[in-house]
Design a protein around this ligand. Sequence first.
Ligand SMILES: [Zn+2]
Length: 258
Amino acid sequence: MRLLTELEPHPAIVRDGAPDCPFVLVADHAGNAIPRAMGNLGLGEADRARHIAWDIGIAEVAEALAQLLGAPLVLQHYSRLVVDCNREPARIDAIPEVSDGSAIPGNRALDAAARAARIEAIHAPYHAAIAAALAGRERTPVMVALHSFTPAMNGHARPWHAGVLHDRGDTRFSAAVLAGLRKRVAAPVGDNQPYAMDGIDFTVPHHCYGAGRAYAEIELRQDLIGDAAGQERWAQVLAQVLTEALSGPGAAPVRRVA
Ligand SMILES: [Zn+2]
């Protein structure tokens, strides 16, 4: 069974960027589309629009940041409730039955064929597009994984404006990004907060650990990137911090037309 029709977008929306850009940007949860064959997953409009379905605001930040850096960008178009592209696809929670208190009726008791169809239609081609973007560069690129997080979870407000997630592999770049954000942002910046990177993440471990690739996984708080002004401001901050993390303080991001 093919999940996506020919009229529906490919899961990976790819911007090419400049051939010599040292970064490749990815956003696993950039979209909240649901394949037509799946209806609305049994969800109301409010649940399909809230943070459980996607990373609110991150697509706009990623597009603006890609422009500032001249960076290649791979955005994932479909809701993470269809299949979470930052999870090992064999994990049961790659297709959650419940998320932040909302039951997902369309994900209940899926059989192996239904799970495989989602992975084949979305997870696999998205990660293939990332691999292609990383491979086709003039120099080994740093991967920057962009996410956003909800300001309150389980009744607890989250004080961080941003967070940097890291675990194994080459973490020097992540440490430099964390230091740079803490220098530039007059608010708490989380070190493995609001989430720690651990065995649950897929994108960074899959594309970076084995390859010895430098990376940063960056989380931005959704209320700060809910409008165009906030999105542009954070794109500017990240362009400066990422460039300095790679090249040293004072390095200016190069504006190129992607
Ligand atoms: Zn995310």
